[in-house]
Design a protein around this ligand. Structure first.
Ligand SMILES: CC(C)(COP(=O)(O)OP(=O)(O)OC[C@H]1O[C@@H](n2cnc3c(N)ncnc32)[C@H](O)[C@@H]1OP(=O)(O)O)[C@@H](O)C(=O)NCCC(=O)NCCS
Length: 147
C-alpha cells in the first residue's frame, strides 16, 4: 500500500468509496466531495494497492492553527490492516509541519468503530452536536492536540 496526493482523475473512485463507507444522510454528495477536496486550504491523500484506490482522507486547515479531518474512508475489505492509521499519520504530519496545534473531526454518535479508531490515535470526545448529519443523527466532536 502506498499513499499519494489526490489527482483529479481519482474523484469518481473517491465518491464511490464514500458511498460504500457511509449510509445515506452521512455520505457526501458528489458536489460536496468536490467542494471539500477543491478548497484551497484542504489536502487529500489517497491509499493505493496494486493500482487501485482503497481509501482516502480529506483534511483542511482552519484559522487559529487547527486542522479539521473532513472524512476518512477505507474500503471494508481493507480495514484493520493499518490503512486508516497511515492516512491519519499523513494528515497529522502535515498539520505538524505547518505548526498547527490541534486536529478535530466529527463522527456519528453510533459509529463506534470510528470512535475506537480515533481513540486509538489519542483523540478524545470533546462535544456533541445534535442533528449534525442530514439524516438527523448527532455527532461526537473528537480532538487531539499535537506538539
Ligand atoms: C474508521 C476507519 C477509517 C479505520 O480504518 P482502518 O484502516 O480499518 O484502521 P486501522 O487498521 O489503521 O486501525 C488502527 C487502529 O484503530 C482501532 N480500530 C480500527 N477499527 C476498529 C474496530 N472495528 N474496532 C475496534 N478498534 C478498531 C484499532 O486500535 C486499530 O489497531 P489494531 O488493528 O492494531 O487493533 C474504517 O473503519 C472506515 O473507513 N470506516 C468507515 C468510514 C468511517 O466510519 N470513517 C470515519 C468516520 S468519521
Amino acid at each position: 500500500m502506498e499513499l499519494r496526493p489526490f489527482i483529479a482523475a481519482d474523484l469518481r473512485a473517491l465518491y464511490e468509496i464514500d458511498q460504500a463507507c457511509f449510509p445515506p444522510g452521512i455520505s457526501y454528495s458528489h458536489e460536496e466531495l468536490v467542494k471539500f477536496i477543491a478548497q484551497p486550504n484542504s489536502k487529500t491523500w489517497v491509499a493505493v494497492e496494486d493500482g487501485r484506490i482503497i481509501g482516502f482522507l480529506v483534511a483542511e486547515r482552519q484559522p487559529r492553527r487547527v486542522a479539521h479531518i473532513i472524512t476518512i474512508d477505507v474500503l471494508e475489505a481493507w480495514r484493520r490492516r493499518g490503512v486508516g492509521k497511515a492516512l491519519m499519520g499523513a494528515a497529522e504530519d502535515w498539520a505538524g509541519r505547518q505548526g498547527l496545534h490541534k486536529l478535530y473531526l466529527e463522527t456519528a454518535e453510533d459509529n463506534v468503530t470510528a470512535q475506537r479508531f480515533y481513540e486509538s490515535r489519542g483523540y478524545r470526545k470533546v462535544d456533541v452536536v445534535e442533528h449534525y448529519y442530514s439524516n438527523g443523527s448527532a455527532a461526537w466532536v473528537m480532538a487531539k492536540r499535537i506538539a
